[in-house]
Design a protein around this ligand. Structure first.
Ligand SMILES: [Zn+2]
Ligand SMILES: [Zn+2]
Length: 283
């Protein structure tokens, strides 16, 4: 039995393989009745998603987003639920972010050419599809061109943080992203926190900035990990939320939409927070 809620999913508008419509149909068939579409740094899939969701009167679509942020040595992802996604300033901020990523991907491809490992930009763009171009797509092009055997090798040899073709990207801190999300009435949640260093210190700072929840039920997190995170969420007065982070790419940790043990209690608390703020009427 899956859960009624899934608060973390991706479509073709970022790096998922299903269109928003296909994703919602799949989630619905699997028993999900409250789903957030949380594409990376874009809300462009939401108009289609709302259209698809409208076909099922007992289905609630939460307008969401997943934003990447940087901390020294690693990345932290923050989800925003119930964002006022049509806010003009918010949208121009997202456009700027995506353009700076595109420029960065082009510079990485240029550097690869200088290193004697050329990849055609068209191939990189086609691996990205409708989604934002990123290093995984460049890695796929490197494999296809025969410069490396695997995506991992592409990262290890060329495009990881210490690789010769690496280019820095525009950085946002987790606090800045929590502020951005809060400014559009979003309810921010820390995504997949298991492997983050200094998690407690980060939670303290983010809670103060307005963090509302933390992903506790996630993909293949085993029960003891879920329990550890649940206690931590309780200690910081955060909602213990979760999602499948469904991309449709397969792989050992991939779960189907709704295939996470997210209980109804925290889901209802999230919905009632949104109701209190008047965000549910917008949905
Ligand atoms: Zn993520
Ligand atoms: Zn994700």
């Amino acid at each position: 039995m899956g859960s009624r809620g899934d608060l973390h999913t991706h479509s073709t508008f970022s790096d998922g393989v299903l269109t928003p419509t296909e994703l919602i149909e799949l989630a619905y068939r699997r028993g999900v009745r409250v789903m957030a579409l949380t594409d990376h740094d874009t809300t462009d899939g939401l108009p289609e998603a709302f259209e698809a969701a409208a076909r099922h009167p007992d289905f609630t679509l939460i307008p969401g987003i997943e934003m990447s942020t940087d901390v020294p040595g690693s990345e932290v992802h923050v989800l925003g639920h119930f964002i006022d996604w049509q806010d003009r300033e918010f949208q121009s901020r997202l456009v700027h972010l995506r353009e700076s990523r595109l420029g960065r991907a082009r510079r990485i491809v240029e550097k690869l050419g200088e290193l004697g490992k050329p990849v055609p930009w068209e191939r990189v763009a086609s691996f990205a599809g409708e989604g934002a171009v990123g290093r995984p797509h460049i890695a796929q092009a490197l494999v296809e061109a025969g410069h490396v055997a695997t995506v991992n090798e592409a990262f290890d040899l060329y495009i990881s943080r210490n690789g010769p073709a690496y280019v820095e990207r525009e950085r946002l801190t987790p606090i800045e992203v929590v502020d951005i999300l809060t400014s559009v009435e979003g309810l921010p949640t820390l995504a997949h926190p298991r492997d983050l260093d200094d998690l407690e210190e980060l939670l303290g700072r983010l809670k103060e900035a307005g963090l509302v929840g933390m992903e506790v039920y996630y993909q293949d997190y085993p029960p003891e990990e879920v329990e550890r995170l649940r206690i931590l969420a309780e200690r910081f007065d955060l909602l213990p939320l979760g999602g499948s982070d469904y991309h449709g790419l397969g792989g050992p940790s991939q779960r189907e939409p709704g295939d996470i043990p997210l209980p109804d209690g925290p889901l209802e608390r999230l919905l009632s927070l949104a109701r209190d703020r008047g965000s549910l009427e917008r949905v």
